[in-house]
Design a protein around this ligand. Sequence first.
Ligand SMILES: [Zn+2]
Length: 109
Amino acid sequence: MDNLIETLHLLQQQQRRPVAARVGALNVAELRARVPAPVLAHFDRLTAHGRKAVADVRHGVCGACHLRLPQATACNLAQRHELRFCEHCGAYLRFVEDPTPASPVASVA
Ligand SMILES: [Zn+2]
């Protein structure tokens, strides 16, 4: 499933570029052919409305809507077993390893 989310991420990057600026080796049609039809339909619904279809997840936060994901979703993403989407905005979630720890919550004095 890891490859599928990476394929969707590449597809999103390519589709957001003007046609002339697309990287030749990463053909949009080829990328779309690698994605199962139901997944592609959801992807297209989101992008048709100008929304992000694939969001990076850092520190348990969706990169599209910036809302915190449920702990279980964030944990499943880290294990990369299945394709998940944000229950808030519907974007497919792409786990991004971030070596820097989350900024500590400011303590209230
Ligand atoms: Zn979201």
